[in-house]
Design a protein around this ligand. Structure first.
Ligand code: HEM
Length: 453
């Protein structure tokens, strides 16, 4: 692309050095966000090959829904060479990231397959199952008076549920959870990157083997549904199926973990609010969930490519230019949120964009909310006086990909176990999944999971 004068003019109007992959961006997030809202709600940054950054709620709203903005990741140079949703382009990517890196109408074909598994009614059926994994996870620590909320709770429940929905044996949860979690906080130039890549390969091999197993002996779940989908009468390409499964795993695990850890940390720092949340959960838990989503925005943003010259939000965009859409910064826009840098548990009319918007809006939002609420209420009930240990708390160094945590240790007054521990529960729940066909779509099974035997 030539840097012709008009391009230069367009970009110098609103230039901002934006580098979300640095620890400084995490530390100064509120200040940078305020500055961009005031001076340049849409700015050009020269970082990572140059890209636009949308920071205001209005600009994000317009751009995320604009038909001239593309998600396509053309890995093999077969179309227009667009680079998908990652800025800078992911070196590790061998497949495009499922439907999130497709445009309509192709995207819609894949999304329609997942809908009957992830709709509100479909997710509701899993509530007893989710409560039971949560109970069993807390059992492992309840007698000791100490827990790491990331390792011992928030990493486990989303992973086990996602595997159940996919149709993969529940006991393999850590084979999937560890690489997904680690790759969110391990940059590609880290000394640990090779180990993470190795774990990723093992996960990929297991996923591939699971697909072959399910092809040979079908069992219900998202894998079975994707294998069965047809495009113009033909099965979907194998690499697109693997990309789509990788997207469900990546979308389903670390985001919910990150949200839960941050909420638990905040509630430890604000014990009065925690007591109120516990006492008034029937009315307060729903708005508090939205407020934690807004304030912590676990998936802070996504990349796009401009697919046709267009003027939006007062800016002229040209075909081929890259764009970063910041859900996290839009969520702090004072034009939409009063007192945006404060957590207000009962905030009204909370128009946050933490699940994105437009055709790619998070299809797992019902899962995320249900799992989050189950974990928070179980902790409020069984560890009501927990105190997190700031010295042992480890946030991700950067919030470029996920605003997450590696560790959140806490102590509390110990209590009794309720029922069996995690391993025994996973075995029982596996049997129940298989016997009741829990992973079938809502069109085939409407009843809630019966976990009473
Ligand atoms: C707190 C938890 C979660 C957050 C904050 C979150 C956030 C998001 C965001 C912002 C998007 C839109 C991305 C874009 O437009 O570029 C998205 C899409 C997506 N999410 Fe989530 N997500 C969460 C949980 C989940 C869960 C639990 C699942 C799976 C069960 C999931 C699966 C997906 C998928 C498959 C997409 C792509 C949708 C499409 O392209 O049509 N997410 N998510």
């Amino acid at each position: 692309m030539n840097d012709n004068p008009s391009m230069h003019e367009r970009r110098t109007g609103a230039r901002y050095h934006f580098d979300r992959h640095t620890p400084q961006y995490r530390e100064q997030f509120a200040t940078i966000t305020r500055e961009m809202h005031e001076k340049c709600p849409v700015a050009w940054s020269d970082t990572y090959g140059g890209h636009w950054v949308a920071a205001s709620s209005e600009a994000v709203f317009e751009l995320a829904r604009c038909p001239h903005v593309s998600n396509d990741h053309d890995i093999h140079g077969e179309r227009r060479g667009y680079k998908g949703i990652t800025i800078p382009t992911a070196q590790r990517a061998r497949y495009r990231g499922g439907m999130l890196e497709m445009d309509d109408p192709e995207h819609r074909l894949y999304r329609d397959v997942l809908n009957p598994y992830l709709s509100p009614a479909a997710v509701k059926r899993w509530e007893p199952f989710i409560a039971d994994i949560t109970r069993a996870s807390l059992n492992e620590n309840i007698e000791t008076g100490s827990i790491d909320f990331v390792d011992d709770l928030a990493n486990i429940v989303p992973a086990v549920l996602t595997l159940a929905m996919l149709g993969i044996p529940l006991k393999r949860w850590s084979l999937y959870s560890e690489p997904t979690h680690a790759s969110a906080y391990t940059p590609e130039d880290s000394p640990d990157a090779a180990r993470v890549a190795e774990m990723h390969q093992q996960m990929g091999a297991d996923l591939f083997a699971s697909m072959q197993e399910i092809r040979a002996n079908p069992r219900p779940g998202l894998i079975n549904a994707l294998i069965g989908m047809r495009i113009d009468g033909e099965p979907a390409p194998e690499h697109e199926l693997l990309g789509q499964l990788g997207l469900v795993l990546g979308g389903g695990f670390d985001t919910t973990t990150a949200l839960t850890a941050h909420a638990l940390e905040w509630l430890s720092q604000n014990p009065d609010a925690r007591q109120r949340l516990s006492a008034e959960r029937d009315t307060l838990l729903a708005p508090a969930t939205e407020e934690f989503l807004r304030f912590y925005t676990p998936a802070p943003g996504d990349g796009r490519t401009i697919s046709a010259d267009t003027t939006l939000a007062g800016t002229d965009f040209r075909e081929g230019e890259r764009l970063w859409i910041s859900w996290a910064m839009a969520n702090r826009d004072p034009a939409v949120f009063e007192d945006p840098d404060t957590v207000v548990l009962d905030r009204k009319g909370n128009r946050h964009f933490s699940f994105g918007l437009g055709v790619h809006r998070c299809i797992g939002s019902n899962v995320a909310r249900t799992v989050f609420k189950a974990m928070i209420t179980a902790v409020l009930d069984r560890m009501p006086d927990y105190v997190c240990d700031p010295a042992g708390t480890v946030h991700y160094d950067t919030i470029g990909v996920i605003q997450g945590m590696r560790h959140l240790p806490a102590t509390f007054t110990s209590g009794p176990r309720i029922g069996p521990g995690l391993d025994e529960t996973l075995e029982r729940l596996q049997r129940i999944c298989d016997e009741q066909g829990l992973a079938r779509p809502i069109t085939e099974r409407r009843e809630s999971a019966d976990i009473t035997y």
